[in-house]
Design a binder for this molecule. Structure first.
Ligand SMILES: *Cc1c(COP(=O)(O)O)cnc(C)c1O
Length: 368
């Protein structure tokens, strides 16, 4: 069997090559490269897909999160509840607003925020809860929306890893007041460069965000707010529109591959396999297994040309950037244990079931 890279976009890109090149040339010929019709149309498509009345395209996921929090009025002195186990950018958005991240530990079986532990972290300073739908699986949004409502705080979803995922019948990114996502090339819906978007319910926040991504400008040379420069490019919006039409199909392929992994890895060694909750339509942005022998397993797989990655080896609370908060090792034991045991296996649309079987065989062999 040939080497199996962790991620390969060839299959997806072959399918849409013609459509993408035509779109790129259209943008080229129209000579409009920011905030034109492609962005407006993609925003309409993405809002309709997620199920919110408004969408604002921005430059990347980190800015989408930061701007969403700003739209909720988050500023210095505020507290924002975040998962202890997430990508660093979730926390970075909070501290960029001058607010303090208040971590809540993960659950072992879903990797997502432990909803049992959210309410106890709410204080008078709490403004927002940021659930992250990690690895493609929705958090328990029934619980989270209920906790937020009872405590008078807002919800901003980090939907960077869960394009197309659902909790019950509703798509993730369609629960909170303003929800951020990233179209970084490796995400389920990826641009050919950076991109991001915010899906929003209320009109005023949408207007604020349209200004805020564009210096805080309301009309030429009029600046009611101090904004950022974080625009989604026309060319990326055009490409995203082509790819959005394929997203459900590609997610279905991801699910098929994940099912095969779950069958072939069941009962192998000390593996803990990802659990898909019955209310969640999991879109497997990543397929993450856990083992106490993770590091040795990773080297073993490398020997057979199988790529794997760790998402994420050091949780944000233990990163040097956040040493000022004084979090100690041991403060979020589940997140720390995930960091020590998690291993992401190859999974991308176009990967074959034979490749999954080969990987599972090598893993079984490792444990024998
Ligand atoms: C990718 C990602 C981001 C950041 O998105 P960028 O576009 O890279 O800024 C934020 N949160 C999560 C959970 C992500 O996976």
């Amino acid at each position: 069997m040939d080497a199996i890279p962790f991620l390969n976009l060839e299959f997806q890109h072959k399918q849409i090559r013609q459509a993408v090149s035509e779109k790129m040339m259209t943008v080229y010929d129209e000579n409009r490269f920011t905030l034109g019709n492609e962005v407006i149309n993609f925003e309409k498509d993405w809002a309709a897909y997620i199920g919110t009345p408004h969408c604002v395209g921005v430059g990347n996921g980190l800015d989408a999160l930061t701007l969403s929090l700003l739209a909720c009025g988050v500023s210095s002195g505020d507290e924002v509840i975040v998962p202890a186990h997430t990508f660093f950018a979730t926390w970075l958005a909070v501290t960029r607003c001058g607010a303090k991240p208040i971590p809540v530990d993960a659950t072992h079986h879903t990797f997502n925020i432990n909803t049992e532990k959210i309410a106890e972290r709410v204080t008078a300073k709490t403004r927002v809860i940021v659930p992250v739908h990690l690895y493609g699986q929705a958090c328990d949004m029934t619980r989270i929306m209920d906790i937020a409502e009872k405590n008078g705080v807002l919800v901003v979803e980090d939907n960077a890893q869960a394009h197309g995922a659902r909790w019950l019948q509703q798509r993730t990114g369609g629960f909170g007041v303003a929800n951020a996502t990233s179209f970084y090339p490796t995400k389920n819906l990826g641009a050919l460069g950076d991109g991001g978007a915010i899906t929003i319910f209320d009109h005023e926040k949408a207007d604020f965000l349209r200004r805020a991504r564009h210096y805080g400008m309301s009309e030429r040379d009029v600046f009611p707010d101090r904004g950022l420069n974080s625009r989604l490019d026309e060319i990326q919006a055009a490409i995203l529109r082509v790819k959005l039409a394929m997203l459900d199909e590609w997610n279905a392929l991801r699910r098929e591959l994940a099912d095969r992994y779950l069958q072939t890895l069941s009962g192998v060694g000390d593996l803990i396999l990802p659990l898909s909750e019955k209310e969640a339509y999991h879109v497997y942005h990543l397929f993450v297994i856990r083992s106490q022998k993770r590091d040795a397993l990773r080297i073993w797989l490398e020997k057979y040309g199988i790529g794997s990655l760790i998402h994420y080896p050091v949780p944000p609370h233990l990163q040097p950037a956040y040493s000022e908060f004084g979090f100690q090792k041991g403060s979020f034991p589940v997140a720390e244990s995930i960091a020590e045991t998690a291993l992401s296996l190859p999974l991308w649309p176009g990967m074959t079931l034979d490749q999954v079987d080969f990987i599972s065989e090598q893993i079984s062999k490792f444990f024998r």
